[in-house]
Ligand binder design. Structure first.
Ligand SMILES: [Zn+2]
Length: 422
């Protein structure tokens, strides 16, 4: 089947182009004279590679309020509520919620997802369910599964063995949570286990690490050094590192040079972390986010994750990456003109890179996975948190959105100023 998208705004290119798609691939970008069965007029709107969410917990999504709402809004009450909810997890319950959330994601242009799945469960209920979800949803969205030991590898009974089993059953990535292990020594030991497992299964690593306000939590340093020693360059991602917000500058800058050598990827999760961190502070209250701006400036690859969608830790969210970008740039003081564009790249290209996705981007010869936004540019897409008009995967339209219209005294209002941010 042939498809042509006409008058597309691609990236920062000012000139509008046509995109010719056939057999699921982008064949040509430029002026297309030919006609096709399916023609879409993008009318100068932004055509982007799909949004990527490299960090979410699909086993916990859409559980908010069950068995109770988080009244204090804190991480600890969230953990307490989750431990009760976890007892009720069934195969069907996990599948139903994960699939529902993934449909929300797809409708809003997310076609690549990396989900952490809690494997601190002798039955591996959530993991087994997620392996099926991944398979059953593959026409709509590509999912990577992280074997995630929510309660620790060393500190949880049989933790290492459960990690190993989950990798045999179908987990794609090795996770971890060293700062949550009982002691510093256990945290270090857990990183050694993570690296051993990754090497023996030939898997990438993505670890929840230093997700605390404790400036003495410094596991990421060991992870980066280990990455260099084991030649695991580019295959390791450090998620959260909120402690980096509180490190002294001399240490933070030294750390960034080690990250660079290790080609370590970083994921910040601004929605959850701005809500959950800083809860022990009196005013001034610290921001719960790692140093996105400085990391990017040092040439380190930074992606952004949604992390939660209506769960005990973050009660809001509608699985929209533009909301994540919006939070990130406000919290991270990244409202400079170029910085806003950089944040758009953090929810697309940067995350695709850390997920080691090939064939990603609007380029001739690549797979035809793309979205058409209801905005002419990256900045406008973020400012308006615009709708995604069309979601195209493998050359097929899999989702569409009709934007709402607003009128004042019967005059239609556009929320745009012609000529600005085009
Ligand atoms: Zn997480």
């Amino acid at each position: 089947m042939k498809m042509i998208i006409r008058n597309a705004h691609i990236g920062e290119d000012k000139e509008l182009k046509d995109i010719f798609i056939e057999n699921g691939k982008i064949i040509k970008i430029g002026k297309i004279e030919e006609k096709a069965e399916i023609e879409i007029d993008a009318d100068g709107k932004l055509v982007s590679p799909p949004f990527v969410d490299p960090h979410v917990h699909l086993d916990a999504v859409l559980t908010v309020g069950d068995p109770q709402y988080n009244i204090s809004g804190t991480l600890w009450e969230g953990i307490e509520i989750w431990s009760k909810r976890k007892l009720k997890l069934t195969h069907e319950d996990v599948k139903k919620r994960a699939k529902e959330a993934l449909k929300w994601a797809v409708a809003q242009g997310i076609l690549k997802v990396r989900t952490h799945v809690d494997v601190c469960d002798p039955e591996l209920t959530a993991l087994k369910a997620m392996v099926e979800v991944k398979q059953e949803m593959r026409e709509l969205v590509d999912v990577q599964i992280v074997s995630f030991p929510q309660e620790g590898i060393v500190s949880f009974p049989d933790g290492e063995n459960l990690m190993r089993k989950s990798l045999e059953i179908g987990a794609d990535i090795v996770g971890g949570i060293p700062h949550y292990e009982f002691s510093r020594d256990d945290g270090i030991k857990s990183i050694d286990i993570i690296m051993d497992l990754a090497k023996s299964f030939d898997k990438d690593i993505d670890v929840h690490i230093d997700e605390t306000d404790d400036d003495q939590s410094r596991f990421v340093e060991y992870l980066a050094a280990k990455t260099i020693k084991e030649n695991y360059f580019g295959r390791v991602t450090a998620s959260h590192i909120t402690a980096m917000h509180s490190y002294n500058n001399a240490y933070a800058y030294k750390l960034m040079s080690v990250f660079k050598k290790a080609q370590l990827n970083v994921i910040a999760n601004p929605l959850d972390n701005i809500a959950l961190q800083g809860r022990f502070d009196n005013y001034p209250i610290r921001r719960g986010m790692t140093r996105i701006k400085e990391l990017l400036k040092s040439g380190i690859n930074v992606g952004l994750g949604h992390d939660s969608v209506m769960d005990p830790w973050y009660p809001l969210g509608r699985y929209n990456m533009l909301q994540v970008a919006f939070m990130a740039l406000n919290v991270g003081h990244m409202t400079g003109y170029n910085e806003i564009n950089e944040i758009f790249d953090a929810i697309t290209y940067n995350s695709a890179k850390l997920m080691n996705l090939s064939d990603y981007g609007i380029k001739e010869g690549n797979k035809a996975d793309l979205i058409i936004l209801n905005a002419p540019s990256k900045i406008e897409a973020i400012r308006l948190r615009s709708e995604v008009l069309y979601v195209i995967k493998n050359g097929n339209i899999i989702a569409k959105t009709t934007p709402a219209k607003s009128y004042v005294n019967d005059e239609e209002i556009s929320f745009r100023v012609i000529g600005i941010y085009e």
